[in-house]
Design a protein around this ligand. Sequence first.
Ligand code: SF4
Length: 726
Amino acid sequence: MTSLASQQHAAPGDTLKRVTLKQAKATCPYCGVGCVVDVKSRDDRFVQITADPATAPNFGMLCPKGALLFKSDNPERRLTTPMMREHKDAPLREASWKEALTFIAGRITAIRDKRGQDRIAFYGSGQLDTEASYLFTKLFKGYLRTNQMDTNSRLCMSSAVAGYVKAFGSDGPPTCYADIESADTFVVLGANMTANHPVLFNRVRRRRATSDTSRIVVIDPRRSKTAEFADLHLPVKPGGDVALLLLVMRRLIELGELDRPFIDQHTEGYADLSALLENCDPRELHRLSGINADQIDAFAGMLAGDRRLLSFYCMGANQSTSGVDKNTAIINVHLMLGEVGKVGSGPFSLTGQPNAMGGREVGYLCHQLPGYRKVTDASHRAQMEEHWGIPAGSIQPTPGRSAVPMFQAAADGEIDVLWIACTNPAVSMPNVSISQAGLKRTGLVIVQDCFADTETAHYADVLLPAATWGEKSGTMTNSERLVTRSRAVKNAPGKAVPDWQIVAAVGRTMGFDGFDYTSPKQVWDELRQTTAGTLCDLSGMTNERLEQGGIHWPCPSEDHPGEPRRYTDQAFPTPTGRARFHAESPKQTDEQADPDYPLGVTTGRVAAQWHTRARTGNVPELVRQAPEPFIEINPLDADTHQIEDGQWVYAIGKRGRALAKARVTDSVGVGTVFLPFHWGDSFHPETTANFVTNDAVDSVSLQPELKFAAVRIEPAPAPTLEGVRS
Ligand code: SF4
């Protein structure tokens, strides 16, 4: 491993201490299930991945992506040394760490002094470990005194965060994976768990197979693989989820299924919801949802009686201009039935990325501070200024720009420095042409990544080589609030070092005294203390304890076992101690299908690929399963548009077009097409799905609408694909 013990204050990576064969536990870097794997390396190459049947949360199970992790590195693609150019028209050249750090520190200082700190921005990732996320927050919000930082969690989780805070007074799920083995009815809304959380869905299927009372309801416009396992699939119209949930709430009331004692003693706001349900027009709700009365009856029947209800939901709920309303509507159902804080029940938001939860704990979104604090709260700012030993008033009181406005501001010439770590916004942002224009226009683009050739790296003025998974030690928090610690098992190549070291080195080079760390343990010990006494208390989790296995937060002392299930006392962290109902009518997106764009495209993922394929694109077995971009289209729509199965087509929307191969299938309903978003420029210049997606955002969570854009389909010439990076 890279050792900084002997290189305090040196530029990272200038000296490396090599060690021999390693074997250790690490957390899978893909989805929010957070599987723990046993990794072996030999001669600085990963050679084997296994999983221990005794270790939570996966107990020996792995999906193909996890099992093939040992093939996910590609030495030829690695960024092994800093690269930089002084001017946009100069080519990138190799640089030493000292040269790159001095250049970055000088440019950031000059911009801050001449044009203001809010012209410096950071865009990060739920794949960064918690230590790096914490240091970015400390550097930007504490020392650079700007809240202009956000991450790709804005694109996947921010509606869930807002939904939990509105209903319960706190982010973070009330439930845990162990509830699967006690649940009766599983509701899976807007989550294709077989593809995106496969190990978790295996547990759901096992429960379904071994319990007479267990049932699975899947709410999804698409008949996904997950829906094929359902006892009841409700093919809701895109955006029709709130209408569907209002219908089932009405039916539960008619059936007399409410838990009145729970509602009366532990909630508030039910009267408003009750009035909304009484006054809404069921015919309109059926029209908006596309779900008929018999289907609602069947759904309500699976919720009725003494049944424990566990709901899983993900991007289909969150990536919407009404994402927060969808989240609170799901929670409303749980509150009506009293299905919170009990074994086998609860509303469970799944995280897409491995450390989306950890990043939230340390405040890496533009409105947050560590310990679920907010920049808008004066006492929270003062607490963090004291923790960080910085002058009162250092932390700014207004949130910075969230992800979509950040890239728009870059495109408008309002950002001078944009530092991007561990993510690929040149492919993954909605309405991606804006983000690409922002990357082109920003004076200094710093890209910190392990691979040299991501689509975003092509815009970089400085490239900083980061260690990848298996080459660094650090912590992550999975979907169920379980904190696990990964250990490094091989050296990073060349001058690459862990992300936390890079942030700390920039801080030191800028002359800040709060970045004098020599190990991730030091960072962890500091950050866990900043959470002491907060809702997401990590203070009792020492590295030594985490070496023995994962711990659920809150964990307020070193002898505390952690808390897998929250709100078991039915006391909620709201001002009144009660959970809150929310009465929201269905809202339609501004963009609707019209004669020019008669179809609605919904984006998503496939089981064999991960995000923009930076890692899964290196694994031949996974590439063979999902070799090229495709678009699913219903046979009737294919007929109308004269599209043949296997033909290349353009999905043409109001913002751009994307190239994909047609798959004619009744998995999608008439009027809807499904387009996975994995294939960016490195595959082909026209296959980026986000050329067509909508960057309108939810007004509360600021999460963009990635699940609906109006398009038409036209035949396209078959592209030349020789030489593309798989
Ligand atoms: S289920 Fe998720 S965390 Fe587990 S091995 Fe698969 S991708 Fe990794």
